[in-house]
Design a protein. Structure first.
Lengths: 765, 130
């Protein structure tokens, strides 16, 4: 130390000051000394005296050591400050040391002072030198750190021999630490690395150290705030002068921003690609052929269906037509109608121009020998930058085929409908005619001399008498019942037509009744043959009955006289007879022979009636018939004053076989006369009435009557008699019935004993 | 040859009744024979039968035929029925009539007209087999 020390001594007691001076002088330390005891002097001395060391008593009247120390700090000077005190406790001394004092010396041990001063100054000086050195380093390091921080860059170094690790200031934040927060070490280096990346980093590091070669690594670090930092690290080996690896030097570069940007870009690209893929996927998955056209009508893009279509149809254009004119391809497509192509061309143009919003056309052609149908739809391409169009081809062959089939089956149905011999009329729920076929119209004209017309009420076409039946049928049909019946209509020429009529309800999808269908089938032929068959059957039954009757007649009516004749002739031969008996027998034989003849005549008459249907019919007036009969039996009528009245005002004539009708009238009138009641004024009444398509004749008397309970089934039997006291053979009513039936009529009777009898005869007209 | 039997004939044919009377009398001599041409009267007559009687009944009669006659007869007392032996005497050759007669429990036999000597004899002796 060749320079003398400048010592500033804060002390108010002269003796103490001298004692310190003597102690320092004795130690051989060269110094000059300034003593102050006020704050002002102290501050002035700090400024102007420029001390190397400050010695301070603790408590002064004006101020104290702590205050002095504070003032020193405020000046920013780094001057050793030694407390010289007698009063302080050890604790106090420590607290002053903490405030920045370099040392403390007790007054009763002042001999330690010189060393304390020298130590303090030495330390101060080495600190000072270090500071200068550090300041230099720090200056460059600060710059470097700043640069590192700005560049988000950090360096580090490991000395291989000692494993001493250094991190640059920039390294800490990159590895997720505050600056200087942890000791630089390998463990701390990898502590905050993202768990997913840590293995890779460790492996890279190990590889590099094992093989002594430089390496790179990209990894993530979890920041304190939990955010992720992306680092790019690389490190190299630095060799000693002898060529041995001495250090690993590493560089960490924060690449978070570029990484994030890259990720963002990648994400955007992927999203765009996904969107594009989706659209392409949708387009490709669409069954219609889709083609995008640019403004010039050239194909810009196509979907999978179109690709297949071009392949399947051998269109022979490269790249599925992309870059080619759509119309040119269309023209090339064999089998497509030229006029259709023209229309399509025009449609596409108009859509691209914007003159039309959409264009659609259905067209067909033959593909591999089969007719195929397409619907072509052109829609504008919604794009701000350029005009264009989307052309869709939808295969509608299935739909078209179904439509054609339906049309065909409709046509077939129509053909059937029009050519059937059944007349159909469709009516709505209000009974108005909706539609009908040709046959129905023909029938209507033939039957009612009217043209059938849609909209007219169905009832207008039927006779009034049929309307209740129609209403009944409609009621049933509306209840979902089917109605089938047979009916007849008289034509003007007198012939009869028979129809089978079917009614069926027409329901909509909701099962509500919408109307009905009437079907008329002409069954006249069948009906006639049926009636003929019935007639034949009835005739056969009749003949069989007749045969039985003949057998009966033969057994009884024919055999009876024969048996009498045999009996009588036997008696005549075998017995001894008186002449009177002989006379009686021969008279009996005579009567029997006459009876035999009568029966044979009756049979003959009956057989004649049955056989003679072919005789001529004529118009017969009932009144004339009755008048003639009255004349022929006038003796009977007059004798008993019998009243025969008639009323034929409703109908007086019939086109009929006259002899039969005469016989019927005669038999019925003479029966009434024959079986009149004694002591009663006999009245016989005959009248006619005209019912719907039949004439009814009624014969009424007030005679004896017949017990119908007993005899109903025998009334009209041959040789049936009901009154034993009155002469008769039982022929009359048998003949009446036979003749009525031969004329196609029916006979029935009503009778009560002792009141009278009423016969009713009906003839159809 | 008088067995004490009485004879009744019901037939609307009076000539037949006469023949019957003659052949019965010729065969059996003087016997009690009554004939009716109205079946209703014959029916009334036999209702009071008090001794064994043979009835010849015709089928084919107006107002009441043989079968109807038998229906009414059915209501008669058992005592009367015990005395009566009914034979159908008919001109009919019809098998159906014969069958019907056989089926009726009151009918003892069916005789085809004319009645003859042999038949009367067999009936009188109770030997007639239908």
């Amino acid at each position: 130390m060749n320079q003398s020390l400048k010592i500033l001594h804060i002390e108010d007691i002269q003796s103490d000051a001298e004692l310190v001076e003597r102690t320092l002088k004795r130690s051989g330390i060269a110094f000059e000394k300034l003593i102050v005891d006020t704050k002002a002097e102290y501050m002035d001395a700090l400024e102007n005296f420029n001390p190397d060391v400050i010695l301070s008593d603790h408590s002064l009247p004006a101020f104290n050591s702590l205050e002095a120390l504070k003032i020193l700090k405020q000046t920013g000077r780094n001057i050793p400050f030694i407390l010289i005190t007698s009063t302080v406790s050890e604790e106090f001394a420590v607290s002053v040391m903490k405030e920045g004092a370099s040392d403390y010396v007790l007054k009763d041990r002042l001999q330690r002072l010189p060393n304390a001063v020298l130590n303090a100054i030495g330390k101060y000086q080495s600190d000072q030198e270090r500071q200068v050195y550090l300041d230099k380093i720090f200056a460059s390091e600060a710059l470097f750190t700043k640069a590192e921080l700005l560049a988000e860059f950090g360096t580090w170094r490991i000395e291989l021999d000692t494993n001493i690790t250094n991190w640059s200031a920039g390294t800490y934040p990159l590895l997720g630490y505050d600056n200087g927060e942890v000791e630089p070490s390998y463990e701390n280096f990898i502590k905050n690395i993202h768990p997913d990346d840590i293995d890779e980093v460790v492996n890279n590091f190990k590889d590099a150290t094992d093989n002594v070669q430089s390496a790179e690594a990209d990894f993530r670090v979890i920041n304190k705030d939990g955010s992720t930092r992306f680092l790019h690290a690389q490190f190299e080996f630095e060799r000693s002068e002898k060529g041995q690896p001495a250090y690993i030097i590493g560089f960490n570069q924060d690449v978070t921003r570029s990484k994030l940007a890259q990720i963002e870009i990648q994400k955007n690209i992927e999203e765009l690609k996904a969107a594009s893929d989706r659209q392409t996927g949708i387009l490709n998955a669409m069954p219609p052929n889709v083609v995008l056209l640019n403004e010039a009508g050239k194909i810009v893009a196509v979907n999978e269906s179109w690709r297949k279509f071009t392949l399947a149809n051998n269109l022979g254009v490269p790249r599925h037509g992309i870059g080619y004119s759509y119309i040119a391809i269309s023209e090339k497509a064999t089998g497509v109608d030229a006029s259709a192509v023209k229309k399509i061309e025009k449609g596409i143009k108009e859509v691209i121009d914007g003159t039309k919003n959409e264009f659609s056309i259905e067209y067909s052609y033959y593909s591999q020998g089969q007719k195929v149908w397409f619907q072509l739809i052109v829609a504008p391409l919604a794009d701000k930058t350029q005009k264009g169009a989307v052309v869709l081809h939808i295969d509608i062959t299935d739909r078209k085929q179904a439509e054609e089939l339906m049309l065909q089956s409709k046509a077939n149905l129509q053909t059937i409908f029009e050519n059937t011999d059944i007349a159909y009329v469709l009516c709505d729920a209000e009974h108005k005619i909706v539609s009908f076929n040709t046959k129905a119209n023909e029938l209507c004209q033939e039957q009612f001399n009217k043209k059938i017309k849609a909209g007219n009420h169905a009832f207008n076409y039927f006779p009034k008498s049929k309307i209740p039946n129609l209403k009944d049928a409609i009621g049933k049909v509306m209840n979902n019942e089917r109605v089938i019946y047979e009916t007849s209509y008289n034509l003007k020429d007198g012939s009869v037509k028979w129809y089978e009529v079917r009614w069926a309800g027409v329901a909509n999808e909701k099962d509500e009744n919408m109307g009905f269908i009437l079907a008329f089938k002409d069954i006249t032929e069948r009906k006639i043959s049926e009636m003929e068959r019935d007639l034949m059957t009835a005739d056969l039954v009749q003949r069989n009955n007749d045969l039985e009757k003949f057998a009966y007649i033969i057994s009884h009516n024919l055999r009876a006289p024969v048996a009498n004749i045999i009996g009588a002739s036997n008696a005549l031969n075998d017995m001894d007879l008186t002449p009177e008996d002989k006379e009686r027998l021969s008279r009996g034989i005579n009567i029997s022979v006459m009876k035999l003849d009568e029966v044979v005549n009756d049979l003959n008459q009956i057989l004649q009636v049955k056989g003679s249907v072919d005789e001529r019919k004529e118009i017969v007036r009932f009144s004339e018939l009755v008048d003639n009969i009255k004349i022929s039996i006038s003796n009977l009528i007059d004798k008993d004053n019998i009243d025969i009245k008639y009323n034929f005002s409703e109908v007086n004539e019939l086109f009929v076989l006259k002899p039969y009708l005469y016989s019927i009238f005669y038999n019925l009138i003479s029966n009434s006369v024959k079986y009149r009641r004694q002591h009663v004024h006999s009245i016989i009444e005959i009248r006619s009435s005209l019912l719907e398509n039949k004439i009814e004749l009624t014969f009424t008397d007030n005679g004896m009557g017949i017990d119908l309970n007993k005899n109903a089934d025998q009334i009209f039997g041959l040789y049936k008699r009901f009154h034993s006291n009155i002469e008769g053979k039982g022929m009359g009513l048998f003949m009446v019935k036979t003749q009525v039936e031969t004329l196609g009529g029916k006979i029935s009777l009503n009778s009560e004993e002792n009141k009278g009898t009423e016969f009713k005869i009906e003839f159809e007209i | 040859m008088n067995t004490g039997l009485k004879y009744v004939a019901v037939d609307d044919d009076s000539f037949n009744n006469m023949l019957c009377t003659m052949i019965i009398e010729d065969t059996l001599g003087d016997v009690d024979i009554t004939t009716f041409t109205k079946p209703e009267e014959g029916l009334a007559f036999i209702e009071n039968t008090e001794s064994p009687t043979v009835l010849f009944l015709d089928i084919n009669m107006p107002t009441l035929n043989g079968w109807e006659f038998l229906e009414l007869y059915e209501k008669f007392s058992e005592k009367v029925k015990k005395y009566l032996s009914i034979y159908i005497l008919s001109s009919s050759l019809d098998q159906r009539d014969k069958n019907k007669a056989k089926a009726n429990k009151y009918v003892k036999g069916f005789i085809s007209k004319p009645l003859d000597f042999d038949t009367v004899t067999l009936i009188a002796n109770g030997q007639f087999l239908a």
